[in-house]
Design a protein around this ligand. Structure first.
Ligand SMILES: C[S@@+](CC[C@H](N)C(=O)[O-])C[C@H]1O[C@@H](n2cnc3c(N)ncnc32)[C@H](O)[C@@H]1O
Length: 243
C-alpha cells in the first residue's frame, strides 16, 4: 500500500482521508472562532484579497471547493447576484453543515454538496471560477484534485488556490515556533483539541512551497499561473488560468 503524510506521520494513502475527516469532525464547531484567534483576524484579509483578485461578475458560475464554514461562498454569492450560481462543497459533513446553517441564518440558500475534490461530480467546462481556500494541503492526491479543478473550468476560467505556504526569512524561525508551540495550546484551550491543531501546523510544513505548487498547477493543465505572496509568504494565492 502506498504511503503518504498526515502532518509529520507516514500513513497508508487509503487512511489519510479518514484522519483528515477526524480533524475536521472535531474542530467544526469551533472552526470560525479558532480561525480568528490563530491568525489574529488575518484570514479575513487573505480572503478579502482573494475575492478582489477573483473579480467574480454578475451571472458567473463559481465552485467553492473545501468550502467549510462558507466564508468565500457567502461573499461570492453577493458578487454573482441572482443570475449567477455559487456551489458550496466540502468532503466533510460537519464542516459543510456548520457552513450551511450559518449561510441560512444570514438568509442565503446556496446549492451545497458533499463531495471529494479528487472526484468532482460536475460536467467538464461548467464553471467560470473555482476556489479552494486552506483545503488543498489536506487532500491526499493533490495532482488529481488540481486536474479535476482544471477539468470543470470553462476555457479562460480561473482557479484560485489560497493556502499556507513558505514564509520568507527572517520570519521563518519565529513563525515555526509560534505554529508548533502556540497553535496546539490554543487549540487545546479553545477547542479542547490540541492534536488537530498540531496536525494543522505540521501539514503547513509538509505542503508544497510556492514554486512547487505553481509547477503542479501547470502539470495539471493550467496554461498560466501567477503567485501572490501574502504576509511574507505565510499564505500564497495561486491563480491558474485554464487556456
Ligand atoms: C481548513 S478548512 C478550510 C475551510 C474554508 N475553505 C476556509 O477557508 O475557511 C479545510 C477544509 O478542507 C476540506 N477537505 C479536506 N479534504 C478534502 C477533499 N478531498 N475534498 C474536499 N474538501 C476537503 C475539509 O473537510 C475542511 O472543511
Amino acid at each position: 500500500m502506498a504511503q503518504t503524510h498526515f502532518g509529520y506521520r507516514q500513513v497508508d494513502e487509503a487512511e489519510k482521508a479518514r484522519h483528515v475527516r477526524g480533524v475536521f469532525d472535531s474542530v467544526a464547531g469551533k472552526y470560525d472562532v479558532m480561525n480568528d484567534l490563530m491568525s489574529a483576524g488575518l484570514h479575513r484579509v487573505w480572503k478579502a484579497y482573494t475575492l478582489a483578485v477573483a473579480r467574480a461578475k454578475e451571472g458567473d458560475r463559481v465552485l467553492d471547493i473545501a468550502g467549510g464554514t462558507g466564508d468565500l461562498a457567502r461573499a461570492f454569492a453577493r458578487q454573482v447576484g441572482e443570475r449567477g450560481t455559487v456551489v458550496h462543497t466540502d468532503i466533510n459533513e460537519a464542516m459543510l453543515r456548520t457552513g450551511r446553517n450559518r449561510l441560512l441564518d444570514e438568509g442565503l440558500s446556496l446549492p451545497t454538496l458533499l463531495c471529494d475534490a479528487e472526484k468532482l461530480p460536475f460536467a467538464s467546462q461548467s464553471f467560470d471560477l473555482v476556489t479552494v481556500a486552506f483545503g488543498l494541503r489536506n487532500m491526499t492526491h493533490k495532482e488529481q484534485a488540481l486536474a479535476e479543478m482544471c477539468r470543470v473550468l470553462k476555457p479562460g476560467g480561473r482557479l484560485l488556490v489560497l493556502e499556507f505556504s513558505r514564509v520568507a526569512e527572517p520570519l521563518r524561525k519565529p513563525y515555526d515556533w509560534y505554529s508548533m508551540n502556540i497553535l496546539p495550546r490554543l487549540g487545546q484551550f479553545v477547542a479542547g483539541d490540541g492534536e488537530s491543531y498540531r496536525y494543522l501546523a505540521e501539514s503547513i510544513r509538509m505542503h508544497p512551497d510556492q514554486a512547487t505548487l505553481k509547477a503542479m498547477m501547470k502539470t495539471a493543465g493550467f496554461g498560466h499561473v501567477d503567485v501572490h505572496n501574502l504576509t511574507a509568504g505565510v499564505v500564497a494565492l495561486h491563480v491558474g488560468i485554464r487556456c
